[in-house]
Design a protein around this ligand. Sequence first.
Ligand code: F6R
Length: 607
Amino acid sequence: MCGIFGCVLRNGPVVPQILDGLGRLEYRGYDSTGVAVIDNGVLQIRKDAGKIKDVVIRLKINEMKGSIGMGHTRWATHGAPNMINAHPHTDSSGRIAVIHNGVIENFMELKQELLDKGHNFISKTDTEVIPNLIEEEMKSDIGLTEATLRALRRLKGSYAIVVLSSLEPDKIVCARMESPLVLGVSDEGTYCASDAPAIRPYTNKVIYLRNGELATLDVNGYKIVKVSDGSSIERVPEQITWSLEMSEKQDFPHYMLKEIFEQPTSLRNGLRLQEKYVDLLTMFLDRGKEVFLVSAGTSQHSCIVGSYIFSKIARLTTYPVISSEFIEQYGSTVGIDSIVLAVSQSGETYDTLKAVDHARMRAATVLGLTNTVGSTLTRVSRAYVIQQAGPEIGVAATKTFTGQVLVLAQLALKLAKLRGKLSQDELDEYKESMQKIPGWVETVLEKTYDNVKDLALKYKDDKLFFFLGRGISSATAMEGRLKLLEITYVPSLAYPAGESKHGPISIIQKDTACVFVCPQGETHAEIIGSIMEMKARGASIISICEKGDEAIKRLSDSFIEMPKGIPELLTPIPYIVPLQLLAYELAILKGLDPDQPRNLAKSVTVP
Ligand code: F6R
């Protein structure tokens, strides 16, 4: 999604900070770059399609002066990625500039109205109506803040915007509705950005703007008002507790690899959840007539894993539902007795928030599991828990997947206790195993990385991969496949292994790479049968199995050995790790950047 950074400094120049901030937002995915500054009262804009470093050189953005400005990385939603459609956009007079993340649903009508009033439009974007609406409002001799408020009241849809104008050259106006925006304050100046890591080098004091709020920033700080009625809102800054180092690459070549190796730490943090929130969520889960686990992408895979754990240890039936399908599938039945547990790393995924809105409208109880403090999901949930994985910058979710699963497992265990579904010994055993998870993951990272590198070399030219598992491991297989697909672009399929003979097996040929996730446990005998089916058709078998599992190893062309003694229900956490590493290594061998996969964004905040 688009990245936004704005800043007003006591002493300029502002451009280095804007470019640094945009760089820290690159992970959101983008196709164009643009910067606006006010220099000696004159608004200047330079923008084009392309990556920050290329556009900066091409347009000599480093030479722009001024102590107030803003920058934007655009991820196209309306109009092709080109110079004209890149942000900032201006009003017809060229004195008001706007950058925007989100989608304005009623821009066609607004554009026609503004065209009738004599405004000029040059882009194909929905954003361009915003500066023109502000220009129109300013004709009534009101200031920039009031004109922006009035303009925003005309918009339908989602936005995080920053407005800069030579008419009031000392201030920035910014606002949000559904798309994230965070403010920062320091002695040197005031900032706004799509995400806190962009601001973190300059301050640890941040203010999360909420839906329907507008802020006016100058060198002395910020003033927040409600868009609906202009009333003032007092909000003191929060302290960011994570350091900049925590969100930088340290010695790793990519964020993705750094985050894979961070998992022992993030999982240890995930075991230190605040008890009262876990208890609260457990109580709601226990009360529901039906429980939906609503999410997208990797978070949906966590939910599928969660559904097995809830069922097996707490005897709770849950329905994992892809958030973009939720309204179609269950929108007319969800109601006052339903629990919707929304799982979202960012807490800002449009489809998930839309499903949640619908569920709330029908009086369902919405619970949240997210990694992002201050995110929209935390505000719309009746109760929520933060998974404590720390910022995840790599587009491919890694440590947040394992963290989500760990939280869901803890919820299931609490619920099992509450419902009396496990004996004290069983409860103690699971608890003890959960405490061992970070150590198991550490062992996997230490002991398997070299084998995974060899595996990647062996299979680097394969054109198709199959990922298969039984029971809870079918979800591990799906997540392994998603990692491979999104960062290597290699076509791949994932199925519960028992389902493969109902169709997918038809495309197996000699040497087709089949990755089997096969821990010890209830599904072990069945997965051996599935491996044999594939082997009989010439497939090349890659297994992720327990150390010393000779039956599986004998059938495999390659294997990765995992620590012994992990209960099957907890295997998705350590067993996904070699698959994350495999996807990463294959991307590197193909010369691809795993942190910035094509067409993908870290946080999908548009429909
Ligand atoms: C995959 C990935 C995406 C996200 C999905 C949901 O690696 O990162 O599939 O999992 O966009 O995002 P959240 O969890 O932020 O709602």
